[in-house]
Design a protein around this ligand. Sequence first.
Ligand code: MLT
Length: 245
Amino acid sequence: MRIDVIPVLTSVHPQDLTGKTVLVIDVLRATTTMLAALGSGSSCVVPVETVEEAWKLHTLGDVLGGERGCERIAGFDLGNSPLEYTPATVEGRRVILTTTNGTLALHKALQARHVAAASLLNGAACAEAALAWQRDVVILCAGTRGAFCLEDGLCAGQIVSHLLSSGSGSTLSICDFGRAMAACYTRHAGQLAEALEDSDNGRRLAGLGFRADLEYSARADTSRLVPVLSGAALVPLAEHQPMPF
Ligand code: MLT
């Protein structure tokens, strides 16, 4: 099984993802927020590319969420902080989400066979799901406006580390960037919150008053939930689906 890590969403063409497993990462904060929404009992999360599409899709009872410039969009119910996606705000409701980079990255992967939203919170669970699907894997870091982000690279490294330490580790062919990110993750694994705080996006978010999001987003492997695309919506991977370990 081949494992490729793409540093930023602008470096990949959708047709390169056809038929593969794609793990999309936007640690700060889109994929962390998608996980939070489903973990709080949202019925599904629909990632859309534009604010206009979000309004068009919205029907009574839906939650409109997302950001531009990291701030809540005018008229929307929620922004892009995972801490806003509680049972009180989203339980039993469809969330329509648009963000600057994360939802674009998910749209790039629509031709893939399996698509999951990965974050530091569910890195191990995503690695296990990818192994179970038994297809070549692309780990797609969203980045920010065409630039690589440390936090996405750390999550890619976390997933590669889990893949390497699995029973199938010796049979995997992992790209050089993936190996570099695994080494980077090992270096920072004991202080992920600090690494996020020191990152460009971490400093930007802290400056905007979202420091608590950094600590939340750094809690590696605390969730077993894997949000997967089913049609146009992210839903939790069914628990009965067999896992290899
Ligand atoms: C994005 O999709 O660009 C991010 O999630 C931005 C943010 O942190 O709000």
